[in-house]
Design a binder for this molecule. Structure first.
Ligand SMILES: Nc1ncnc2c1ncn2[C@@H]1O[C@H](COP(=O)(O)OP(=O)(O)OP(=O)(O)O)[C@@H](O)[C@H]1O
Ligand SMILES: [Mg+2]
Length: 304
C-alpha cells in the first residue's frame, strides 16, 4: 500500500466517464427479467492512458431483483458496507448466490441498486458505467476475433480508434505472458492464457479500479497458483485498486490485503480479516501459522 495515495484521489480520478457502451439495468419493479440481453457484461470503462488511484466505497447497499411473473422477489444484497482504499486489494468471499456478482455489477454501473450508495474516487457510480474496469464471471472472449482483436474490444467500444488501441495493447502481451500469441484464436489458447487475455483486456481499459469476478475459478490448482504469483507482481507494479471476488479462501488470503466475508443470501458482511503478510507471497504463505489462523476465522464465518 502507498498510504499517501489513499487520502485524496488526484483530479484525473474524478473526470467524467466516456460514453457508456451499454445502458445500466433498471432497478424499477417492472424491470424486464432479461438483464443479460439488456445489459451484456461486456468489459466497460473509459480508457485512460495512466491508471490513477481511487477508492471504492459502498454503504448500506441493498438490491432486490423483482422477476416478472409469479416468481418471488429475490433479495440479493442487504445492507452491505465495504471500503477498498486507493491502491488496495480487497477480496470478497461468500457462498454461491449471496450477491457477489450483483455487488460488482453495481460498481460497474450496470445495475442500479434498490438502496444504498456506491462511489469510486468519490463519484456516484450507480447506473453510471465507466468508472471501473470490470472482468465478468465469464471471460467472454469472442471466438471470431484473434487475441489482439479481443484485447482491444473494450477500448474500441469506448471509442478508442482500433490502431491506437492495438498500439497500447501490444506491449501488454509480453507482460501478460502472451507474447507471440497476438494472432492466435481464443480456442488456440490454454485456460490460463484465456484468463490472462481477459485480464489484459481489462487492464488495457486504464481505469484506476479493477473489479474481477472469479477470474481463476475455471483453472486447475497448479495454473491458479502460477496466476496468483503473476497477478501479485502485476498488481505491485502499478497498484491499481482491486476488488476481487472468489469462492476460494486460500486464493483470497494469498492475494488480498483484506478479505471480506459475505453471508448466504441476502448477502451482508459478516466479518473482515486483514492480511498484512509481506509481498511477494509464495504459494506456501497459506501454510504459515498466522495465515492458518485467519483461514480458520474465515471458514467459521462461512459456516464451514
Ligand atoms: N438478473 C437477475 N434477475 C433475477 N435474479 C437475479 C439476477 N441476477 C442475480 N439474481 C439472483 O440474485 C442472487 C445473487 O446472485 P449473484 O449472481 O450476485 O450471486 P453470486 O454470489 O455471484 O453467486 P456465484 O458465487 O454462484 O457466482 C441469486 O439468487 C440470483 O438468482
Ligand atoms: Mg457470481
Amino acid at each position: 500500500m502507498r498510504p499517501g495515495r489513499a487520502a485524496d484521489p488526484p483530479p484525473q480520478a474524478r473526470r467524467p466517464p466516456a460514453v457508456a457502451p451499454v445502458a445500466p439495468e433498471s432497478a424499477a419493479p417492472d424491470a424486464p427479467d432479461a438483464p443479460e440481453s439488456a445489459a451484456p457484461d461486456a468489459p466497460v470503462t473509459a480508457p485512460v492512458a495512466a491508471p490513477v488511484a481511487a477508492d471504492v466505497d459502498v454503504r448500506g447497499l441493498h438490491h432486490t431483483f423483482r422477476p416478472h411473473g409469479s416468481r418471488e422477489p429475490v433479495i440479493a444484497l442487504d445492507g452491505v458496507d465495504l471500503h477498498v482504499p486507493a491502491g488496495g486489494f480487497v477480496s470478497v468471499v461468500g457462498p454461491s448466490g449471496c450477491g457477489k456478482s450483483t455487488l460488482l455489477r453495481v460498481l460497474a454501473g450496470l445495475l442500479v441498486p434498490t438502496g444504498g450508495t456506491a462511489t469510486v474516487g468519490g463519484e456516484d457510480v450507480r447506473g453510471r458505467p465507466g468508472h471501473v474496469a470490470y472482468l465478468p464471471q465469464r471471460d467472454l472472449l469472442l471466438p471470431w476475433r484473434r487475441a489482439l482483436a479481443n484485447a482491444v474490444l473494450g477500448a474500441e467500444l469506448a471509442g478508442v480508434p482500433r490502431e491506437e488501441a492495438q498500439r497500447r495493447a501490444r506491449p501488454l502481451f509480453e507482460r501478460f505472458g502472451l507474447a507471440g500469441f497476438e494472432r492466435a484464436w481464443p480456442w488456440e489458447l490454454s485456460g490460463g492464457m484465456r484468463q490472462r487475455l481477459a485480464l489484459l483486456r481489462t487492464f488495457l481499459l486504464g481505469a484506476p479500479v479493477l473489479v474481477l469476478d472469479e477470474p481463476f475459478a475455471a483453472l486447475d490448482a497448479i495454473t491458479r497458483r502460477a496466476m496468483y504469483a503473476w497477478l501479485g507482481e502485476v498488481w505491485m507494479d502499478d497498484r491499481r485498486t482491486v476488488l476481487f471476488v472468489t469462492h476460494d479462501v486460500d486464493e483470497a488470503l494469498t492475494l488480498a490485503d483484506r478479505v471480506v466475508v459475505l453471508s448466504g443470501r441476502p448477502g451482508r458482511v459478516v466479518t473482515e480479516v486483514d492480511v498484512p503478510m509481506p509481498r511477494p507471497r509464495p504459494a506456501t504463505v497459506v501454510t504459515e501459522a498466522d495465515v492458518v489462523e485467519r483461514k480458520r476465522t474465515l471458514l467459521e464465518a462461512l459456516g464451514g
